[in-house]
Design a protein around this ligand. Structure first.
Ligand SMILES: Cc1cc2nc3c(=O)[nH]c(=O)nc-3n(C[C@H](O)[C@H](O)[C@H](O)COP(=O)(O)O)c2cc1C
Length: 303
């Protein structure tokens, strides 16, 4: 079975990757993903300066997933740029995608340039974190701002730029503008702003109060967003949201995703989930008489 697929100019040996934020900054973590069969590795979001992150607790389990408010804790662009080389070595030729955030166009450009300098094979712009004050979805739900950020980054870096978008009323419009700005691919979707309240303390559980919901609960929303965006744009898409087995991965591909990223299920079950999804997909494709995984992309759009 041909599992190779090209997304935004990156040639992936399989259509599976981790989602940003769930992989530690270590060569071992990258090696494990690659050994499990990942076709790309996505780093945690990086900002210009070091960020300590939000107060704990930062994650809470809820029915259907996790609510998370880590607060984009990261060592800062300089430090991450220096680490990329070692992480790339561990990836053994599998593309390493840096993730970029900022609170201004300039910050996005500076961080992107740093990560490219460090050797990142592509850059995913986090236009969608639902709890990043002054950045994330606050910027990324506005089509004009998204255009400006993507366009400014894409005109400075040579590697492919991927716009990671979140749920908003204007997500299709933002997708169109991001592509016009020079994005070679889109990642859809990020976590969805949410909250859990403890009935005994009668207070929000998370240190930041709000968080982003990921996991099974958001899968049908990811399917819908990918379907709508693919219908309008036919763009190369990384599908993200509630992927936990081969069926949920395949559903995102039928909606239009060329590859999928796994977040919450990796937290729940570790890298084995990647190899299981790949085995399940291959078995299904073979049984259905397909020759290549690419053949299923967007199939749900046939009349
Ligand atoms: C612990 C955790 C940390 C995350 N950190 C980031 C991040 O740094 N940047 C980002 O773009 N998305 C981040 N996300 C969102 C995921 O990349 C993904 O978009 C979201 O979790 C939906 O996928 P899932 O349903 O498979 O979890 C994070 C998610 C989790 C669970």
């Amino acid at each position: 079975m041909r599992m190779q697929i090209s997304v935004g100019g990156l040639l992936l040996r399989t259509p599976l990757a981790n989602a940003s934020g769930v992989l530690e900054w270590s060569a071992e973590a990258v090696e494990k993903m690659v050994s499990a069969g990942a076709g790309a590795v996505v780093l945690k979001t990086t900002t210009k300066e070091y960020r300590v992150g939000y107060n704990r607790p930062r994650v809470v389990k809820v029915p259907g997933g996790w609510i998370v408010a880590v607060g984009l804790a990261n060592p800062g662009a300089e430090q991450v740029s220096r680490m990329v080389g070692e992480l790339k070595k561990a990836a053994r030729g599998v593309p390493v995608i840096g993730s970029v955030a900022g609170t201004s166009v300039r910050e996005f450009v500076e961080v992107a340039a740093k990560l490219e300098e460090g050797g990142a094979d592509a850059l995913e712009l986090n236009l969608s974190c639902p709890h990043f004050k002054g950045g994330g979805l606050e910027m990324g739900q506005d089509p004009a701002t998204s255009y400006e950020i993507v366009n400014s980054v894409a005109s400075v870096v040579k590697v492919p730029v991927i716009a990671k978008l979140g749920l908003s009323d204007k997500v299709v419009e933002v997708a169109v503008k991001s592509l016009e700005g020079g994005a070679k691919a889109l990642s859809l979707i990020n976590t969805i702003r949410s909250m859990k309240i403890d009935v005994y303390s009668k207070k929000p559980v998370l240190g930041y109060k709000y968080g982003g919901l990921g996991g099974e609960a958001i899968h049908p929303i990811a399917v819908r967003v990918i379907y709508d965006v693919y219908k309008e744009t036919r763009a190369d898409i990384f599908g993200v949201g509630g992927v936990r087995d081969w069926e949920s991965a395949l559903e995102l591909m039928l909606a239009g995703a060329k590859a999928v990223q796994v977040g919450s299920a990796l937290m729940d079950r570790g890298e084995i989930v990647i190899s299981e999804i790949l085995r399940g997909l291959e078995k299904f494709l073979w049984a259905e008489g397909f020759e290549s995984v690419e053949e299923v992309v967007g199939l749900a759009h046939r009349d």
